[in-house]
Design a protein around this ligand. Sequence first.
Ligand code: 8YV
Length: 319
Amino acid sequence: MKKVLVGAGKINFPEEFADGLRDLAEVVYESPREESYFDELKDASAIIAGMETVNDDFLDKAPNLGIVARFGVGYDSVDVEACTKRGIHVTHTPGVLSGAVADLTWGLILSQMRGILESDGHVREGWAGRTRRLPLGYDTEGKTLGIVGMGRIGVEVAKRAQGFDVDVVYYDVYRREDLEESMGVQYMGLDELLKASDIVTIHVLLVPSTRHLIGAREFELMKEDAIIVNTSRGPVIDQAALVEALKKGQIGGAALDVFEEEPLPAGDELAKLGNTVLTSHIGSATVETRRKMAEVDAVNVRAFLEGKTPPNLVPEQRK
Ligand code: 8YV
């Protein structure tokens, strides 16, 4: 019998989804952080992969593998070329998590602009009478929201923006004239967007051309009180340059769900700064969305086990 190895955990891929595959395969849960994961990997035909790195080294330990089903939309942790060379399918979960990531993006924007975390801390610390004043926050009304990357998630962020009185501008390698018409969003080059925006939010894939897309030069272009929000991938922002920009007051603040190194190392400079809001890569982490992601992975793995083409192959493997 074939084996499906779930590295993404039971919270993400609950037993009922494993049960749904058990007529075709044995399903084993193991954390990729454990040595025993690699014992199981030796004869696994399919893996459901969290953020673990799947490269040639990994694949050498997986001689029977036929599919890597990523538990997520981003697949920068998977060397697709190496998989393709070995005849291994790579699938992901596009679409189902866009709303959850867009919700978190707006949560981060509002937390940063209204000082929600500081105020929460203030209340919990005894509210300190009425003498201790917190700095005032900022309205969204009249601000310019710059969306970098107008793919599925960027569009959901723009949709939610319609409920706020903001002007939406966007940059993408693909111009979306359809959306300019239907949603009233305006296209700009990246530099122009950085100069014009009060809120810059990042929604691009991590590929070689987007690594450190936002660095020292880009922070210099931004407004002094602008904030930057990132719910995509940490390395899209040069984090050292961001820390510098925040320290120098070159920009107003940062709200980040993703980091160059995850987990963010204890004592990292970012965590010492007051003008940051930091969350632990929770963009897709809702009950409903994680179920939908599990369902997509189960469908892809099932198709593979039945000898069919999995429906959600990554673009590089689509014919
Ligand atoms: C993670 C994500 O995949 O969809 C993505 O690309 O970053 C997340 O959904 C998830 O947290 C763990 O696999």
